[in-house]
Design a protein around this ligand. Structure first.
Ligand code: ATP
Ligand code: MG
Length: 444
């Protein structure tokens, strides 16, 4: 592969194909197989097949990204891969999406593809759907490729790649910074660059955390000096970066950087004890968004209310905010789990958020912030009951109670809940038993 721009430092692979090859792990020498190894071999074969599928999907995504470039070139436009995908490949990671930079206007791009979605026409961005994959095609951020690269946020994100010529184009020293595992703002003036878009400070935290990068001193000084300006970025953009810091697998480091910048409380006033939150996040790997936020919110006194407040402030989708609150509430109930009745345990276990709550609670236990007993008991119960035992079909409903002479009213719900409890406990199994229980309770 050719490298244009700044000369590449040595530790960087000679071509992107080699870089991608780094993902392959050499199989260690194995002892001679015995018959007992047959099952393990089957399991390995299944794993290999899954890995091959994943690899094929990655290759198809990359092939499509190359085809998009070729089509733009065929129409006389400049086109290059840009940003995160190039960075990921140089780092030996599989890009999950490809951004393409071009000198074509969105309308010109749209005319070349069967399907496209305008996502930010005013910024020159169009989402193209090609061969079943989506690609973001964006007009150069400035005059041409060089200026485009210089207008990106950090040098590791400022690399361009020509997939036709297999040429890496580095106008910003991104290769050297990736090799040194260093985060550096593009261009010589970090403060000026952050001033163009304060969110970049938060992006810097995210990339430094995710790739475990040292932050170059001038970049860090500018981040620290201007940190509070991040609060002027829109709630949606802050939300998206924070969500990614919480979910990309380095939440602890991300949160530590936020604390160093004096941003932990400022960005997340709902977190009452940042040191405890950080201790939990350090134990969280890559996670779904709801779990990431729930680990952050494990301390909340009123989970539903606080999750809703967080949701309103950061414009989280209502469903997500509700689910975060539900996970935290369930996880927080676990210290009392050993004292619950069987019916209560079954209700806890059958909650659709219980699996996520167990994961969050495991983290709180590991961080010495919760006793282990409740979490352990609930974990043991997780596989204990069949779906029918967790959700037995109702033996009676409101009409049955009315037919049996009970006066309709709020009491119905109490009676039906009590009957279900008795079912879950195994005390009531038939309709007559259920009606007899209702009779006893109503008469009491
Ligand atoms: P990820 O893998 O997490 O998606 P990414 O680098 O692809 O990381 P995106 O937000 O998808 O991040 O942005 C794509 C590219 O656009 C970045 O690599 C960077 O070059 C550029 N970019 C994105 N946001 C900004 C910004 N606020 N300021 C300057 N450049 C940006
Ligand atoms: Mg991206």
């Amino acid at each position: 592969m050719l490298v244009r721009g700044v000369p590449p430092p040595t530790p960087v692979p000679a071509s992107l194909a080699d870089a991608a090859g780094q993902r392959k792990v050499d199989t260690p020498a194995m002892p001679a197989p015995t018959p007992d190894d047959a099952l393990a071999a089957d399991a390995r074969a299944a794993e290999d097949a899954l890995a091959a599928d994943a690899r094929a999907a990655e290759d198809a995504l990359a092939a499509g990204a190359r085809a998009v470039v070729e089509r733009l070139r065929g129409a006389g436009f400049a086109a290059l891969w840009a940003g995160g995908a190039v960075r990921d490949q140089v780092m030996g990671l599989a890009p999950k999406d490809y951004d393409i930079a071009t000198d074509a206007e969105p309308e010109q791009v749209a005319a070349l593809f069967e399907r496209s979605v305008p996502v930010g026409a005013q910024f020159g961005i169009l989402r193209v759907i090609h061969a079943g994959h989506e690609y973001e095609v964006a007009r150069f951020r400035a005059e041409g490729p060089r200026e485009d690269a210089l207008h990106r946020d950090f040098t590791l994100n400022g690399l361009l790649y020509d997939p036709v010529a297999d040429e890496l184009i580095d106008h910003v020293g991104g290769l050297a910074d990736i090799a040194a595992r260093r985060l550096r703002a593009c261009g010589g003036d970090p403060e000026g660059r952050f001033g163009e878009d304060w969110l970049r400070i938060l992006r810097g935290v995210r990339f430094a955390a995710r790739f475990d990068l040292a932050i170059e001193p001038r970049t860090w000084v500018a981040m620290a000096r201007e940190a509070q300006q991040v609060l002027s970025a829109s709630a949606e953009r802050r939300r998206d970066e924070l969500s990614r810091i919480l979910t990309e697998g380095a939440g602890g480091r991300g949160f530590a950087l936020l604390a160093e910048l004096g941003l932990d409380r400022a960005l997340l006033p709902e977190v009452s004890d940042p040191a405890r939150a950080r201790a939990r996040l350090e134990r969280l790997g890559a996670a779904a968004e709801d779990v990431g936020w729930a680990v952050l919110g494990y301390d909340w006194g009123d989970p539903a209310e606080t999750a809703a407040a967080l949701g309103r402030r950061l414009k989280l989708p209502t469903r997500l905010a509700r689910r975060i609150g539900a996970i935290v509430a369930l996880a927080r109930a676990l210290p009392g789990y050993p004292a619950l009745t069987v019916a209560q345990r079954k209700r806890w276990t059958r909650d659709e958020a219980s699996g996520d709550a167990l994961r969050v609670a495991a983290i709180a236990v590991a961080a010495n912030q919760a006793p282990a007993a409740g979490w352990r008991a609930a974990t043991e119960d997780a596989g204990r009951w069949s779906p029918g035992e967790l959700r037995p079909a109702a033996l009676v409903d409101g009409r049955d109670l009315a037919a049996a002479g009970h006066a309709p009213g709020p009491i119905f719900k109490l009676l039906l809940d009590a009957i279900e409890d008795a079912q879950l406990e195994g005390h009531v199994r038939t309709r007559p038993e259920a009606l007899a229980l209702a009779e006893r309770l109503a008469g009491a």
